[in-house]
Design a protein around this ligand. Structure first.
Ligand code: SAH
Ligand code: SF4
Ligand code: F3S
Length: 459
């Protein structure tokens, strides 16, 4: 699974054309969605995607700012892209470099000062202006920067996705964050929380289904805070939106990420009981099991409130798989606070998780705290936590051995004759089969639990 600031991906959709676009995507699922939408925006201008940077007339680096060294990582990648740009320019192929995403938003001016060969700098809320910016660069032969938070919504300017986006697609329904956790840059890079109207989401989902999509993951930095305008003029919450989407024929699976414990209301919990297409998996970041640290983090909930939510969820949908994010070494975290996190993990039992060392981010409130935790202590705590979390993941996977579960096959596996798909609990599953089952959900008997996936046989 792609996760915030954690994974990287190059968008592949190679086709024949005279003008090419190469997109490098770092960061969370919302960046993956944004990259796909930038491709959609440039398609009418004749740009086709290529997985070879050397072939591209436009190179887009879509960046993430969540943890430290984010900007350094961007500069180092830009050094590589500059060599490509210089070589292509020498060959008579003018080439543009665009930096987009959350580092562009936060550090756009610094990037231009340090690397003047970048042509375009775009924030996450302004990428609908990309086609115009490309024309502007061509006209004025200088760089263009757009990192304001515009009054217009980019979604009103994006074309509908035009090509088969695979069988599992992302759909952004909510953006931005007003919560201002002590450690986090997202409210500064993505701006204030905004929900898209129900009809716009429904139309996009309908279109994705017409393209063959079977699974949609609804995205938002606080997706369960969704409060979009419904067709009846009222404000709809995520549960109501999911119910409406579940009426779409062909859409067999609905997921959503990332949720905040504060917004986990009863209607959404009950939707896990009532909607068969709402998958039994929830990524619900807790960050810490210590009330003192949760308060310092400005999370707005206690550890016991988190436990209560999990109890309710398990009553509503007993097999629900739980995922979370953890930060160790937030300023002021004592050994006792860390032990509280370990205890919460032992009590809840997660199926898969992400855990990070606290990373000081300039501009956030935790950055200026005088109680920073030593690096060696952070390292030790992270190792202990990850060992426990890995044991739980292994146990969760082992518990599925012997079960027969539906698997949605989305592509070929790594080995010859293998197909790869996802269980309802978001585990990777491999079976031996020919390609005809790609795009189908089939019953699979799980035979073996491997380190990061399951293997099974079709029944
Ligand atoms: N909106 C989501 C998470 C967004 S950021 C939520 O509220 O939970 C994704 C994850 O990155 C966070 O859950 C957190 O665990 C991690 N993260 C964010 N800022 C961080 C920082 N400064 N240091 C370490 N991890 C961080
Ligand atoms: Fe960041 Fe907190 Fe907002 Fe999540 S809720 S995006 S962690 S500020
Ligand atoms: Fe990274 Fe921005 Fe997503 S900082 S996690 S790409 S919202």
């Amino acid at each position: 699974m792609l996760h915030q600031g954690f994974s990287s991906k190059t968008t592949h959709l190679n086709q024949q054309s005279s003008r090419y676009l190469h997109v490098i995507t770092w960061g969370c699922q919302m960046n993956v969605y944004d990259s796909n939408r930038m491709v959609d925006l440039l398609r009418p201008l004749g740009y086709k995607i290529t997985d070879k940077a050397e072939q591209a007339d436009i190179l887009i680096l879509n960046t993430c700012h969540i943890r430290d060294k984010a900007t350094e990582k961007v500069f180092s990648e830009l050094g590589r892209l500059k060599q490509i740009k210089d070589y292509r320019n020498q060959q008579g192929h003018p080439t543009l470099i665009a930096v987009t995403g959350c580092v562009a938003q936060a550090e756009g001016n610094i990037i231009l000062q340090r690397v003047p060969y970048v042509d375009i700098i775009l924030g996450p809320q302004t990428y609908h202006r990309l086609p115009k910016m490309i024309l502007d660069v061509a006209r004025q032969s200088g760089h263009v920067i757009e990192t304001d938070f515009p009054v217009e919504s980019k979604f009103d300017f994006l074309p509908t996705p035009q090509e088969n986006t695979g069988y599992s697609a992302f759909l952004t329904i909510q953006e931005g964050c007003d919560k201002f956790c002590s450690f986090c840059v997202v409210p500064y890079t993505r701006g204030a929380e905004v929900s898209r109207p129900v009809q716009a989401i429904f139309d996009e989902a309908t279109h994705l289904c017409q393209l063959g999509v079977k699974e949609i993951t609804l995205l938002g930095q606080n997706v369960n805070a969704y409060h979009g305008k419904g067709p009846d003029g009222n404000i709809w919450n995520l549960a109501r939106l999911a119910e409406k989407l579940s009426t779409l024929s062909g859409l067999t699976r609905i997921r959503y990420t990332t949720s905040h414990p504060r917004d986990m209301n009863d209607s959404l919990i009950n939707a896990h009981r009532d909607l068969p297409s709402l998958m039994p998996f929830l990524h619900l970041p807790v960050q810490s099991g210590s009330d003192r640290i949760l308060k310092a983090m400005n999370r707005g909930h206690t550890a016991s409130e988190y436990r209560q939510i999990i109890d309710k969820l398990r009553k509503a949908r007993p097999d629900i798989a739980l995922s979370s994010d953890f930060i160790v070494g937030h300023p002021g975290e004592t050994q006792k606070d860390f032990e509280d996190t370990m205890q919460l993990v032992r009590d809840i039992q997660f199926s898969q998780t992400f855990s990070f060392k606290y990373s000081p981010r300039p501009g956030t409130t935790a950055y200026i705290s005088t109680h920073q935790v030593k690096e060696e202590i952070k390292n030790k705590r992270l190792q202990a936590l990850q060992t426990l979390l890995k044991e739980q993941q292994n146990q969760f996977n082992k518990n599925t051995v012997g079960l027969t579960i539906p698997v949605l096959f989305t592509g070929k596996g790594r080995k010859e004759g293998q197909l790869s798909g996802k269980s309802p609990y978001l585990q990777a599953v491999h079976v031996q089969s020919d390609d005809s089952l790609i795009g189908h959900e089939c019953q699979v008997k799980i035979k073996e639990s491997l380190s990061n996936s399951l293997s099974g046989v079709l029944v």
